[in-house]
Design a protein around this ligand. Sequence first.
Ligand code: TRP
Length: 448
Amino acid sequence: MTTRILTGITTTGTPHLGNYAGAIRPAIVASRAADADSFYFLADYHALIKCDEPARIQRSRLEIAATWLALGLDTNKATFYRQSDIPEITELCWLLTCVAGKGLLNRAHAYKASVDKNVEQGEDPDAGITMGLFSYPVLMAADILLFNAHKVPVGRDQIQHVEMARDIAQRFNHLFGNGKELFTLPEAVIEEDVATLPGLDGRKMSKSYDNTIPLFGSAKQLKEAVARVVTDSRLPGEPKDPDSAHLFTLYQAFAAPTQQADFRAELVAGMAWGEAKQRLCQLLEAELGEARERYHALIARPADLEDILMAGAAKARKIATPFLGELREAVGLRSFRSQTANATGEKKKAGKSARFVSFREDDGSFRFRLLDAAGEQLLLSAPFADGKAAGQVCKRLQAGDALEVREQGVSFGIWLDGECVASSPEFADTAARDAAIVRLREALAPQE
Ligand code: TRP
């Protein structure tokens, strides 16, 4: 069995070395496994929640697409697309919005953090909070559930969102699945042994700390960034402690074990920081030099990138379109053409709840009663000499044979082939009798 792996990349920035080591590189490696069926996409709808600068959104989409392709993502094997090219995602998002509890979303960390900040600053709790931010986890659930992903590799800050997707999926399955699991329940995957890179200042490399090393900057930019990596003040020739040097951590993330051991030994033996930085640059150049060329070639041909992504969208929609059709059916958004076919196998409610009860009289004859949903008697049959005859009449009534109802005072009788086969009890008045006839017709109506 293949494992469907799905993850989204929010398109608000330019990928840096930390993104590469922590997310992109492991994702591309994982996509190559024989049993992997990977869905990687640009979460550009999510980007709109955080960013209202069209030029930045557009630039980031282009750069992230080019980055993944330059680093060797094979789009013949993996499915690579932009969220905004899959209209089924927003459509599913609405279906999920209709079952997602508001209380569940109130608990989302990102939303709560914004509210807390407002309150702290004495603002209205909802100041500056959009419905996009509030519904962020529902859109993410739609991303995941539309493709029935098993595994969702994410950072720690996203675990809660994947759990919410599970919750929403369970609720939807319960409400509309009719015993079937419409949605696979996804699982968050945190890659434990993936490198979390320190940035220039030793804190986690992150755009928000402005301490990143660009992934595909020029060789010169790379050199300049590495020159800014903070080190201690030990002089050349003085032994260095590799384990407290984040320069070493950076080196480790890209070096083979033997290279790591050599680098460590040389630091301990007193290699100058300047020399160590040069070695890191060489290492990064070896890891990324070719990919950088591919990256710039791709960026220079945006129309080709567009074609690649549209092909990815077509591939994704081959799955999404029929599945969304199934989901629309499940919630009751069905074509009127299929009305008579009773395609879902659902029983009409009245048919389900009204019931025939057969019994035998003391004199040995066979009879049946028809009870309505509330258990009240609608009909008592005439006595039949054998069970088979009683059963046949029963069947003909259930089959929805046109009912001949004859009123007799405050009761009524049912006639088949010129014979009265069953009678109602006496009702209080003709209005009650007529109401019972309506219930009878509902109970015996042909099932769609
Ligand atoms: N919210 C994720 C992030 O900021 C990006 C994302 C959007 C995502 N949709 C997703 C991740 C679906 C995994 C699955 O990192």
